[in-house]
Write a protein that binds this ligand. Structure first.
Ligand code: ARG
Length: 270
C-alpha cells in the first residue's frame, strides 16, 4: 500500500514536472516556429521606416499596382536585406517625417531628405546616397523668369518645410506659396496661378517629363548642392549599421543597379 502510494505520488510529480517543462518548451517553440515560418527569424525586431508617398521617383504610389515604389524604397529594402534587419513602411507628409524622426517616432526615415546643418541638430544622417540640387521651373512659354535672379516680387510655389522654401526665404524677395503636396505647386504653375516653382531637380525633371507633357520647363542653373541622407533619431545605433550596408552596396554594384533602374544611367564617378 505505502509503496503504491509513494509510486503514485512520484509518478504524478514526474508528470507534473514533465508537463511544466513541456509546457514552457511548447510555448517557446510555438512562438519561435510561428515567427520562423513568417520571417525566417523568430526574434527579429521590425523597424519602422517613415517615407512619403508623393515624391517621384523616390517614393510614390504606383497608379497601376497601388504599391509604394521608388528609388528610396528599393534602396532601403536592399539596405535592410544587407544589414539583415526587418523593416515596415509608414507613409506620411514630408514635414511630419522630418519632425517625427527628430523626436524618435520612427526608427528610420528615407524621403529624399537633404542633409542640412539645421536638421543635423536633431537628426543623425548616413553618408550621402544621392546628390540633388534645387531648380526653378516655369510654364512653357513664360520668358519673364529665366533664372533665380528674376523671382523677386513674383509668386513662387514650393513645398512646405522643404529646403526650397528655406532657400527662397533666405535668398530672395519672392512671394512664397508653400503647399503641403508638391503636386499642387506644379499644378498652380501650369494653371498660371504661380509664376514658377522651386524644388529638387530630380523631382521637377521627372514630373515635367512623365506627368506634365513638357508643359513645365526648368530654367537657370541648378542651385545649391543637396545631398540626400537616410535619417535616424540622434544617437540611434542603427545609423552605423545602415551606413555600413550603404558602403557595401556602393562597392558591390547593387547601388548602381538600383540607380540605373530609376534614373537610367549610372551615377557620376562610378
Ligand atoms: N530635399 C528636400 C528637403 O529635404 C525636399 C525633399 C522632399 N521629400 C519628399 N519626400 N517630399 O527638404
Amino acid at each position: 500500500m505505502k509503496r503504491k502510494l509513494l509510486m503514485a505520488l512520484l509518478f504524478s510529480l514526474l508528470i507534473g514536472l514533465l508537463a511544466a517543462c513541456g509546457g514552457s518548451d511548447d510555448a517557446d517553440d510555438g512562438e519561435a516556429s510561428g515567427d520562423d515560418a513568417a520571417t525566417d527569424d523568430g526574434d527579429k525586431e521590425v523597424y519602422t521606416v517613415a517615407t512619403d508617398n508623393g515624391y517621384v521617383p523616390f517614393e510614390y504610389i504606383d497608379e497601376d499596382s497601388g504599391d509604394l515604389v521608388g528609388f528610396d524604397i528599393d534602396l532601403i529594402t536592399a539596405l535592410a536585406e544587407e544589414a539583415d534587419i526587418e523593416i515596415e513602411f509608414e507613409t506620411l507628409e514630408f514635414d511630419g517625417i522630418v519632425a517625427g524622426i527628430g523626436s524618435g517616432r520612427f526608427d528610420i526615415a528615407i524621403a529624399g531628405m537633404t542633409i542640412t546643418e539645421e536638421r543635423e541638430e536633431s537628426i543623425d544622417f548616413t553618408q550621402p546616397y544621392y546628390e540633388a540640387g534645387l531648380i526653378l521651373a516655369v510654364q512653357d512659354g513664360n520668358d519673364e523668369i529665366e533664372s533665380i535672379d528674376d523671382v523677386d516680387g513674383k509668386v513662387i510655389a514650393t513645398r512646405t518645410g522643404s529646403t526650397s522654401q528655406e532657400y527662397l526665404t533666405e535668398n530672395t524677395d519672392a512671394e512664397i506659396e508653400a503647399f503641403p503636396a508638391i503636386i499642387e505647386a506644379y499644378q498652380n504653375v501650369l494653371a498660371g496661378r504661380s509664376d514658377a516653382v522651386l524644388y529638387d531637380l530630380p523631382n521637377v525633371q521627372y514630373y515635367s517629363e512623365k506627368d506634365a507633357d513638357g508643359e513645365l520647363v526648368t530654367v537657370g542653373e541648378k542651385l545649391t548642392g543637396e545631398d540626400y541622407g537616410i535619417a535616424f533619431t540622434k544617437g540611434s545605433e542603427l545609423r552605423d549599421v545602415i551606413d555600413d550596408a550603404l558602403t557595401t552596396l556602393k562597392e558591390n554594384g547593387t547601388y548602381d543597379d538600383i540607380y540605373e533602374e530609376w534614373f537610367g544611367e549610372r551615377p557620376e564617378g562610378t
